[in-house]
Write a protein that binds this ligand. Structure first.
Ligand code: FES
Length: 137
């Protein structure tokens, strides 16, 4: 199920829940720091949003699409890892590969909060995890 998206003039889409209702930043920020919320992202790609220690949303949305063969995966809060159930790849909290066979870090989406609304944009900037041009651009 891919909920309808609203788009902004500058190419963003509004983050919505599975019922198609906009998700307010305050809803997510009511959760404990370190919490992850899975939402429908750009092009319908499920994307994890993260509540940071300073009780803001991380600007890095992490796309729930394993870079090995594209499985979706859960966040394991005990291990502080994304753990792909298909072939055992592990990623750290920022989406860097801890164990293969995944060859690349997880794709990022830019997350911007404006007046309680959460907007998602394609990530074209350098990947802050590698300092390099993103592999998905
Ligand atoms: Fe994730 Fe293979 S698809 S490890």
């Amino acid at each position: 199920f891919i909920p309808p998206s609203e788009t902004s003039e500058d190419g963003g889409i509004l983050a919505k829940d599975q019922l198609g209702n906009p998700i307010l930043a305050s809803q997510l920020l009511a959760e404990a720091p370190g919490s992850r919320a899975l939402i429908a992202g750009l092009a319908g790609e499920p994307t994890y949003l993260t509540v940071r220690e300073d009780e803001t949303l991380s600007p890095m949305g992490i796309v729930d699409n394993c870079t090995h063969l594209g499985c979706t995966f859960p966040w394991n809060s005990n291990a502080q890892q994304f753990q792909c159930p298909c072939h055992g790849s592990l990623y750290d909290a920022r989406g860097r590969v801890v164990r293969g066979p995944a060859p690349l870090p997880l794709k990022l989406t830019r997350v911007v909060v404006k007046n309680e609304a959460i907007w998602l944009y394609p990530w074209h900037e350098l990947d802050p995890r590698t300092g390099e041009r993103p592999w998905w651009v």
